[in-house]
Design a binder for this molecule. Structure first.
Ligand code: NAD
Length: 227
């Protein structure tokens, strides 16, 4: 069975990384418009770099939780693909084999002049004035609000093969990512694990599991493992 798991900030909340919906639209005390848009980068690149350098450090200080680990276990019985909106690397560190990042990866730096130039910045900070080999300033390899989502087509292709589609810890407010569920085939079964999960327009047979990821994911995974 092909299981596609679409994760959001909520799956990493119990590892100690804050979501931004839960803090009134702020992300670690910053308005997202001040740190996660192309306009913010234009206006104050040093603030943006500092913000993401802090996020990278924080990510390196936390560890995957039960929910990340249960999704790895599920690979014993099914083909599991994870499509994550998260920029953290907790799915990879838990051991998941197939992880697609829709909104980029905090651990990577990217050239502002050539987007094919990526650098692993694990354990490092991106500084203002630090350039790629072609001489362009480095920026975080994240998709900011208002930017294209290059991995969307790949993600739609994965979703189109899903027998089961599970949403974990996402407010489903950020588009186009939130629309991915509509790329699934007609026979697909749907589950939505989130303490604030609500019905989704156009998805009739949605199973809502109003729980935290650390309890909801293990319960559902043990049911699915029996199939
Ligand atoms: P969101 O902040 O909009 O929504 C978070 C959701 O998680 C909410 O629906 C909330 O009810 C739920 N939640 C909170 N605690 C939970 C728990 N313990 N278990 C399960 N669910 C829980 O997040 P989003 O929908 O992912 O969209 C935010 C965007 O911000 C993403 O695209 C992402 O790029 C970025 N972001 C990423 C991280 C990260 O990488 N960890 C953290 C914050 C924001």
């Amino acid at each position: 069975m092909e299981i596609v798991v679409f994760t959001g900030a909520g799956i990493s909340a119990e590892s100690g990384i804050k979501t931004f919906r839960d803090s009134g639209g702020l992300w670690e005390e910053h308005s997202i418009y001040d740190v996660a848009t192309p306009e913010a980068w234009e206006k104050d690149p040093q603030l943006v770099l500092r913000f993401y350098n802090d996020r990278r450090k924080q990510m390196e200080s936390v560890i995957p939780n039960t929910a990340h680990k249960e999704l790895v276990e599920l690979e014993r019985s099914h083909n599991v693909s994870i499509i994550t909106q998260n920029v953290d690397d907790l799915h990879e560190r838990a051991g998941s084999s197939n992880v697609l990042h829709l909104h980029g990866e905090l651990k990577m730096a990217r050239s502002t002049g050539d987007e094919s130039l990526l650098y692993d910045y694990t354990g490092k900070s991106i500084e203002f004035g630090e350039n790629c080999e072609k001489g362009y300033q480095l920026r975080p390899h994240v998709v900011w609000f208002g930017e294209m989502v290059p991995n969307l087509v790949l993600a739609e292709n994965i979703a189109s093969k899903a027998d089961v589609f599970i949403v974990v810890g996402s407010s489903l407010q950020v588009y186009p990512a939130a629309g991915l569920i509509h790329a699934t085939p007609p026979h697909c079964r749907y589950f939505y694990i989130d303490p604030k999960a609500e019905p989704i327009n156009g998805i009739a047979n949605l199973n809502i599991i109003k729980e935290k990821a650390s309890t909801g994911v293990p319960k559902l995974a043990s049911e699915l493992a029996k199939l």
